[in-house]
Design a protein around this ligand. Structure first.
Ligand SMILES: NC(=O)c1ccc[n+]([C@@H]2O[C@H](COP(=O)([O-])OP(=O)(O)OC[C@H]3O[C@@H](n4cnc5c(N)ncnc54)[C@H](O)[C@@H]3O)[C@@H](O)[C@H]2O)c1
Length: 339
């Protein structure tokens, strides 16, 4: 124990590393637990330690974080350790009141955080994901909110139809968040299977759902769509061929629709996340050549954000707060895009 503020799972990783007891303890744990070293933590220094559980995708389990907190606090859970520190989501009460908002990818990561934020702000959420299992607990998470879950695959027209049927005749907003990673392959290595799947989910699925909601928005003379692109939609050094193409495509989809429907009261914008602490999986057989070429550039990522921080950007553009904004691509990346 020291006379400093006790370290908790909510303390930033940078604070842990600077701490005379916490620093050596976390360095030893991360070295043993997954080959992290202190330098690999640079982009995540501002994140709460807790976020490493998600970010490490199982390499650092919750029990290890809990044990570390006990270890550095003499075997006692410190008072107030459940209190969040650092940036906190600030709900704008009623911002989506009276609105039906479709959010895809709602079972995990950025989509889940977006769905929950819209629900906390009074919206009726149509929460869509291919994983029925991971959607299951969502409906009950915000007391008093209406969250309708739809298990479906956005690449399938029948499932798109089920989503709009669940939404009903009035659809005020759509957040196209569902997406998958590629295998970092450069073009000459990209298989048909990787290309087809990544383009189908990241680009075609979002297009099909946007196409499906537009008639309701046109009839109402208003609507808001936010498509989730990526830093890989802005540059060539953030991911592999298929993912980079898909996210550049998302930006084209956004700009075309923003132009086509702007005069009819419909706003279409994109958010380009940088690194985000989610469990987004990588496919097996990541390309060695692609990984080797990308690694030095990915190491320049200035910060990794939380899913809730991305939801703040997405819900801003989705909401009437962005009334005068149409056709923008908003990098939400801690400044990566200016490097
Ligand atoms: N995490 C990052 O660092 C990062 C960075 C840039 C962009 N993004 C983008 O943000 C979006 C969300 O990513 P995340 O990190 O929250 O990932 P995630 O894996 O945590 O969540 C994505 C969700 O999409 C769902 N999904 C996948 N295929 C689907 C389909 N065919 N139909 C319906 N749902 C489907 C998954 O089941 C999952 O729940 C993606 O579009 C991703 O490309 C993420």
């Amino acid at each position: 124990m020291t006379d400093q503020t006790p370290l908790t799972a909510n303390s930033p990783i940078g604070t842990w590393l600077d701490h005379p007891v916490g620093g050596p303890a976390i360095t030893a744990l991360l070295g043993a637990g997954g080959g992290f070293d202190a330098s690999s933590l640079t982009p995540v220094l501002g994140l709460p330690l807790q976020q490493l559980v998600v970010l490490s995708q199982g390499q650092l389990p919750q029990e290890a974080v809990d044990a570390l907190v006990l270890q550095v606090n003499g075997g006692v859970v410190p008072d107030g350790s459940a209190e969040p520190t650092g940036w906190q989501e600030r709900v704008t009460t009623g911002r989506f009141a009276g609105q039906t908002v479709i959010v895809t990818g709602a079972a995990s990561g950025i989509g889940r955080a977006t769905a929950l934020r819209v629900a906390r702000e009074g919206g009726r959420v149509i929460a869509v994901d291919i994983s029925a299992e991971r959607l299951a607990d969502l409906a009950g998470l915000v007391p008093g909110a209406e969250i309708v879950t739809v298990a479906g695959d956005i690449t399938q027209q029948a499932d798109i139809d089920a989503i709009t049927a669940a939404a009903g005749p009035s659809i005020h907003a759509l957040a196209n968040v569902a997406g998958i990673n590629d295998d970092f392959s450069p073009a000459h290595e990209t298989s048909d299977a990787v290309w087809d799947r990544v383009i189908a989910i990241n680009l075609t699925g979002g297009f099909k759902l946007m196409r499906a909601v537009l008639p309701a928005m046109l009839a109402a003379g208003s609507g808001s769509v936010v498509n989730v692109a990526s830093e890989a939609g802005l540059r060539g050094d953030a991911s592999g061929n298929a993912y980079t193409v898909s996210k550049h495509g998302v930006i084209g989809l956004t700009r075309s629709a923003a132009f086509m429907y702007g005069l009819q009261g419909i706003r279409v914008n994109a958010v380009a996340p940088g690194g985000v602490a989610t469990g987004i999986p990588f496919p097996p057989n990541v390309s060695e050549a692609g990984k080797a070429r990308l690694s030095p550039f990915q190491a320049q990522i200035p910060t990794v954000a939380t899913a809730e921080q991305l939801a703040a950007s997405i819900t801003f553009l989705l909401s009437d707060d962005a009334v005068n904004i149409n056709g923008v691509v908003l990098p939400s990346d801690g400044g990566w895009s200016v490097q």
